[in-house]
Design a protein around this ligand. Structure first.
Ligand code: FES
Ligand code: FES
Length: 160
């Protein structure tokens, strides 16, 4: 067992974990943060995307011990005082989801894009989300949602 300390969505945790435990399993099974789904377990689908120390990662391809001393943000840590971010609103309003399974990963990946490129072109949105698979929507409304969020965002808070 390895002892880790990690901050997740603003809360500090300490745990003893198996060195082989994946971050996504740590989040879901130990911390109960089931808002981050597992879609494939082979780092193909992007459903498990979270932020680790400012970088977007697929949490099924990262070990929990690699997050030791670090800070993780999941989709469950985005809302502030119960208020969705503009990006979350945009997914809702532009019908950027159907079953919702891919949505946490899509939102985390799109959030990363908008921080880097606040006003992306449609093809830049598609490129940024190419590591995230959706079985339902045909992607059109996902791209529309990200573009809508980009249009409405003002300042750092809106990008979060
Ligand atoms: S569950 Fe991690 S990429 Fe599919
Ligand atoms: S909304 Fe169902 S997989 Fe994307």
């Amino acid at each position: 067992m390895t002892h880790i300390k990690v901050k997740v969505d603003g809360t500090a945790y300490e745990d003893d974990v198996e060195p082989r435990l994946l971050l996504v399993h740590y989040l879901r099974d130990r911390l109960g943060l089931t808002g981050t789904p597992i879609g494939c377990d082979t780092s193909n689908c992007g459903a498990c995307t979270v932020e680790l120390d400012g970088a977007t990662v697929k949490s099924c391809s990262v070990l929990a011990v690699q997050a030791d001393g670090g800070e993780v943000t999941t989709v469950q840590g985005l809302a502030r005082d119960g208020e969705w971010t503009p990006l979350q609103h945009a997914f809702h309003e532009r019908h950027g989801l159907q079953c919702g399974y891919c949505t946490p990963g899509m939102i985390m990946a799109a959030r990363d894009l908008l921080r880097e490129n606040p006003h992306p072109a449609p093809n830049e949105v598609r490129q940024a989300l190419e590591g995230n698979l959706c079985r339902c929507t045909g992607y059109q409304n996902i791209v529309r949602a990200v573009l809508a969020a980009a249009e409405h965002q003002v300042g750092e808070e809106a990008r979060a």
